[in-house]
Design a protein around this ligand. Structure first.
Ligand code: ADP
Length: 398
C-alpha cells in the first residue's frame, strides 16, 4: 500500500509518498510560491533531485505537477496514479468537531469550512484548498484528515478549560486544543518501545522544540496536558511567538503601539519570541553563535527558552504525580545539546541525571539515550516523524 501525505500551506505544498509495507519514504518534495511569481517544485525520488520551475497559479496545478513528478522518468517512483491507495492530509485545527482521523466527505469539508476556519485562519483554509485540489485531480482516491489536535483529545476538562465563563466555552469553543499532536504521539510511543515498556506503564513529558514549540504530558500513553492552547501562540516562547502572556497586555500594547487587537496578535505571532528578545534571529543556530560572541540578549533568549521549558517539565511531573521519561524532539530538541542540558539542569530533584558526553553526541537520526545509567528519569532524543504518523493513521482508517 502506498500513501501520499500532503501538508498544504497558503503558498506551499509539501508531500511524501510512503510505502506502508516498509514504512519507507519513496518520494518527497514540495511546491513553493504557489500563486506567486517564481513557483517551483523540488522533487526527490530514485535517489535524485529535480527542480521543476513552472507557473503554479493555484493548488490544483501544484498537485497536478506533484503527481507528474511522481511519474517522472528521472525522479518518478510510480507508473500510474492508481498505485496511490489514499491521501492523508495534515489539518491543524479541529475545534471540538473532530477528535480523530476522519475520512473526507463533502459534509466533513462543510464542517471544516463553517466551524474551524475561524479557529485557525492561517492554517485550515489553505489546507482545505489543497484538499479540494487533490480531490479534483484524484477523484475516487480516499482522502483522510489527520489533525494536529487529535492526540490531545484525551485531556481532561480541568486541563483544557480556561478560567472563563463556562457558557462562553460552551458557546464559542474557547478552550485549550493543543497542537503538534502527531509528533507528541509518535515520540511518546517510540519512547515506550525503546524502553521496552507498555505505554500504560509510563509518565512521559515530550518536548517538541522547533520553530513552533510545545510540551505535552503523556500519562499511560494518553495526553493529559499540553502547553499550546486555543491557538499555537500559547505555551513557551518560540522562534517568533511570544508564548503565554497576560491577556491584558494585548489591549495595553494595542493602545501603546496604535494597533488593532488583530495586529497585536499578528505581532505576538511573528515579531516576538526569541527573535524579539534577542533582536538577532529566530534561528537557534544564530542565537548560539551570538551568545558565544558575548551577545547578552541572545543568551537571555536562550535562558528564557530553557527556563520556560523546564518549568513545564516540572509542572507536568506534578500533574502526572511522577515522571519516568523526558523526550526531546524537533529541530532544536534533536540538534541542540546546550538547550537540552539547560532544561535538565535543576531537575536533579526529580531524578533527572544527564550523561553530558552522550548529550553532546551528534544527531545521527537514531533514538539516543542521554541520561546517566543511574538516572531515575530516562532522557531520550527521538527524531520526530509527523508524516509517518499521518500515513499510518490514513492506512489504519482504510
Ligand atoms: P518547524 O518545523 O517548527 O519550522 P524545526 O523543527 O525545523 O521547525 O526547528 C527549527 C529550529 O531548529 C531552528 O531554530 C533551528 O535553529 C533549529 N535547528 C535545526 N537544525 C539545527 C542544528 N543542526 N543545530 C541547532 N539548531 C538547529
Amino acid at each position: 500500500m502506498k500513501i501520499l501525505v500532503v501538508n498544504a500551506g497558503s503558498s506551499s505544498l509539501k508531500y511524501q509518498l510512503i510505502d506502508m509495507e516498509t514504512e519507507k519514504v519513496i518520494a518527497k518534495g514540495g511546491c513553493e510560491r504557489i500563486g506567486i511569481e517564481g513557483s517551483l517544485l523540488k522533487a526527490k525520488g530514485n535517489g535524485k533531485e529535480k527542480v521543476f520551475t513552472q507557473p503554479m497559479p493555484n493548488h490544483k496545478v501544484a498537485i497536478e505537477l506533484v503527481l507528474n513528478a511522481l511519474k517522472d522518468e528521472e525522479v518518478g517512483v510510480i507508473k500510474s496514479m492508481e498505485e496511490i491507495d489514499a491521501v492523508g492530509h495534515r489539518m491543524v485545527a479541529s475545534g471540538e468537531y473532530f477528535n480523530k482521523t476522519t475520512l473526507v466527505t463533502e459534509e466533513v469539508i462543510k464542517t471544516l469550512e463553517e466551524k474551524t476556519f475561524e479557529l485557525a485562519p492561517l492554517h485550515n483554509p489553505p489546507a482545505v484548498t489543497g484538499l479540494r485540489a487533490c480531490m479534483e485531480v484524484m477523484p475516487g482516491t480516499p482522502m483522510a484528515l489527520v489533525f494536529d489536535t487529535s492526540f490531545h483529545a484525551t485531556m481532561p476538562e480541568k486541563a483544557y478549560l480556561y478560567g472563563i465563563d463556562y457558557e462562553d466555552y460552551k458557546n464559542f469553543g474557547v478552550r485549550k486544543y493543543g497542537f503538534h499532536g502527531t509528533s507528541h504521539k509518535f515520540v511518546s510511543a517510540e519512547a515506550a518501545k525503546y524502553l521496552g515498556k507498555k505505554p500504560e506503564e509510563l509518565k512521559i513529558v515530550t518536548c517538541h522544540l522547533g520553530n513552533g514549540s510545545s510540551i505535552s504530558a503523556v500519562d499511560g500513553g494518553k495526553c493529559v496536558d499540553t502547553s499550546m492552547g486555543f491557538t499555537p501562540l500559547a505555551g513557551i516562547l518560540m522562534g517568533t511567538r511570544s508564548g503565554d502572556i497576560d491577556a491584558s497586555a494585548v489591549e495595553f500594547l494595542a493602545r501603546k503601539k496604535g494597533m488593532t487587537h488583530a495586529e497585536v496578535i499578528n505581532y505576538l505571532n511573528k515579531k516576538c519570541g526569541v527573535a524579539g528578545i534577542s533582536g538577532v534571529s529566530s534561528d537557534f543556530r544564530d542565537l548560539i553563535a551570538g551568545a558565544k560572541k558575548g551577545n547578552a540578549r541572545c543568551k537571555l533568549a536562550l535562558d528564557m527558552f530553557a527556563y520556560q521549558t523546564k518549568k513545564y517539565v516540572g509542572s507536568y511531573a506534578a500533574a502526572m504525580g511522577g515522571l519516568n521519561c523526558i523526550v526531546f524532539t524537533a529541530g532544536i530538541g534533536e540538534n541542540t545539546p546546550t538547550v537540552r542540558e539547560a532544561v535538565c539542569d535543576g531537575l536533579q530533584f526529580l531524578g533527572v541525571k544527564l550523561n553530558k558526553q552522550a548529550n553532546k553526541a551528534k544527531n545521527d537520526g537514531s533514538i539516543r539515550e542521554i541520561s546517566a545509567k543511574n538516572s531515575k528519569v530516562k532522557v531520550l532524543v527521538i527524531p520526530t516523524n509527523e508524516e509517518l504518523v499521518i500515513a499510518r493513521e490514513t492506512a489504519e482508517l482504510l
